[in-house]
Each structure stands twice: as C-alpha cells, then as structure tokens.
Design a protein around this ligand. Structure first.
Ligand code: FES
Length: 188
C-alpha cells in the first residue's frame, strides 16, 4: 500500500477533528444545556411541590367536565378592547377564598379561568390545557395549583408552569387587577 504522505495525514486529521468537534458541539449545544437544566428544574419542582388530584368521577374526567362553574349570566361580565371586566357583586364565587369561575362564550376570544386564592389573590388563566385535548382547568383545593379536568390531569403552578402530567407547555396566565368592585382581566 502506498505510504501516507505528511500532507494527506494532516488533511485526514483536520477532517476527523472537524467531524468530532461538530458532533461534540451538537451534543453539548447551549440549547441542549438549557433544555437539560429546564427538565431538571421541572423534576425538582415535581418532587418538592405537592401534587394533589381533584376528586372527579371517571366519566367526568373522560368527558372533560370541569369542577369550576361557568359564570351564569353575561350581565356579571363584559368584554371589550381586550379586557374582561367582572362585576364582583354578581360573581359571589369570586368573593370567597378558594373560589373560582370560568368565563366563556359571547365576544370573549378565549375561555378564561379566574380564581380567588386562599392568599386572597386573584389570578386568571387562559382556560386551555396545553395537552392535546385542550381541556378546561380547575384550581386544586388546598394547593397553589390548577389542574386539567381530563383523565391525564396535567397540573400547573400558579405561574402557569407545568409541574405534572403530559402537557408539553405552560398555560397562559392573564394579568388580573382589582378596580373598585370590578376585576379586570387583560386578555391577549
Ligand atoms: S388535555 Fe390532556 S392533560 Fe389536559
């Protein structure tokens, strides 16, 4: 066999180095480092946060029937200019800590879940689980979490981050502000 020249040897070494470096960088790219760190943070959260499941029957979960009632009349709320404005005098469920109501229909572009936590803070979310069935959500009593009403029970913290279940992404929290006797939720 013909002897390898110095030039050929250097060329082959350079190609090998390039292949190795590309593979290494692909494997340890910043994106993968960030993704690994995020996955670790979620694992830690799953371990440290208490996950409780709302008691629902099998059929309620199968058909995706939420535990949270729907605001019965549209005269308790209006929607205009990207803002859902709720008359709290006509929404008694939102005056009791631990209460919740869902708003949907009419001109509302999204289903909205509003909760009044035990910490007496109003929070609102797009009422749409990010898992494939996009079912509605309920607050889980005694926790700072909301949970999908489906069989898979994806659960999110009050910042919207998924902490349990198959949902691939966080849910969308909406800013909620108390203005006199009305709660104004900005929808986007
Ligand atoms: S729709 Fe499947 S977990 Fe929410």
């Amino acid at each position: 066999m013909e002897k390898m020249t110095r030039r050929t040897f250097l060329k082959a070494s350079a190609i090998m180095a390039a292949i190795f470096t590309t593979g290494f960088l692909q494997k340890f790219s910043f994106k993968s480092i960030i993704e690994t760190a995020e996955a670790k943070a979620i694992q830690i959260k799953e371990k440290t946060m208490e996950i409780k499941f709302i008691e629902r029957s099998f059929f309620q979960r199968l058909f995706g029937t939420p535990a949270t009632p729907k605001a019965e009349t549209t005269d308790s709320w209006t929607y205009a200019g990207g803002k859902l404005s709720i008359d709290l005098a006509k929404a008694p469920q939102l005056k009791k800590p631990g209460g919740a109501l869902r708003f949907e229909g009419g001109d509302l572009p999204e289903r909205v879940l509003v909760i009044y936590g035990n910490d007496k803070t109003y929070r609102a979310f797009k009422n749409r689980c990010t898992h494939i069935g996009h079912r509605r959500l309920d607050p889980v009593p005694g926790t700072h979490t909301v949970q999908c009403c489906s069989v898979n029970k994806s659960t999110y913290d009050v910042d919207g981050n998924k902490i349990y279940g198959p949902a691939p992404k966080p849910i969308t929290p909406y800013p909620a502000e108390l203005k006199g006797d009305r709660l104004v939720v900005k929808i986007f």
